[in-house]
Design a protein around this ligand. Structure first.
Ligand SMILES: [Zn+2]
Length: 228
């Protein structure tokens, strides 16, 4: 009788430990989770791999990123494209958009995706604050990237498909409210990482090199308006 009790006890111990190990296996962390972020790369790194699981809709035209689809009520009253920026010591690679009216009128106002695309970056950068970068696939096979910086809020995440005129965030003032409220907006015609800026090792790129990577935002939009 005593021996049977011992055998029973052994069976119970083995069964219990098997069950527990089975449970703990299912609770193990996911080893597919990505490694820690790499340090931020310099400008000019390779294009990221495309995501076959996402079908990125082609663009059907470009609208303006603030105001109505024509940018009504807003204008580039800050740095324009290729203005020399004393603040950054570079040619300004985008446009600084403000709402007409008081200097803070645009704080918290919506920012819109200028065209259909996929969000390639949505996050924070210590130089420019909250940033969203959207990759756009044009019907002719080209790709361009729109970049929205100094945002107060970000409403989309990396990998998300967005449509033209979708609200993606709000106008802000950059990290620690560094700037008066405005939208820093870029159109890139060659890939740069989200923290790309037209300088290398502290040296400003010449205008000719800036133009290899960036387009004049307003001119680009005006030459790619939707049919309706
Ligand atoms: Zn700017």
């Amino acid at each position: 009788m005593k021996k049977r009790m011992q055998q029973l006890a052994i069976v119970i111990v083995i069964t219990t430990s098997l069950l527990l190990s089975g449970c703990s296996l299912s609770l193990l962390p996911d080893f597919d989770s990505p490694p820690d972020d790499d340090p931020l790369p310099d400008s000019g790194s390779d294009l990221p791999q495309s995501d076959p699981e996402f079908k990125v809709p082609l663009t059907d035209g470009f609208d303006f990123p603030v105001g109505d689809r024509n940018g009504k009520g807003w204008g580039v009253t800050g740095y324009g494209f290729l203005d020399w920026s004393n603040y950054s010591g570079t040619w300004h690679p985008g446009e600084d958009w403000n709402m007409y009216g008081s200097p803070t009128a645009d704080l918290g106002k919506p920012v819109y995706a200028v065209a259909n695309g996929i969000v390639r970056f949505s996050g924070f950068n210590s130089a420019q604050g909250n940033i969203i970068m959207i990759e756009h696939h044009l019907p002719d096979g080209r790709m361009v990237w729109s970049q929205y910086a100094h945002l107060q809020q970000r409403w989309v995440s990396e990998g998300e498909i967005v449509g033209r005129r979708q609200m993606i965030g709000t106008v802000g003032q950059g990290p620690n409210n560094t700037f008066s409220p405005h939208l820093h907006f870029e159109i890139r015609v060659r890939y740069l990482p989200q923290n790309g800026w037209p300088r290398t090792n502290g040296q400003a790129w010449p205008k000719s090199k800036v133009l290899e990577y960036y387009a004049h935002p307003t001119q680009f939009i005006n030459s790619h308006r939707p049919a309706n």
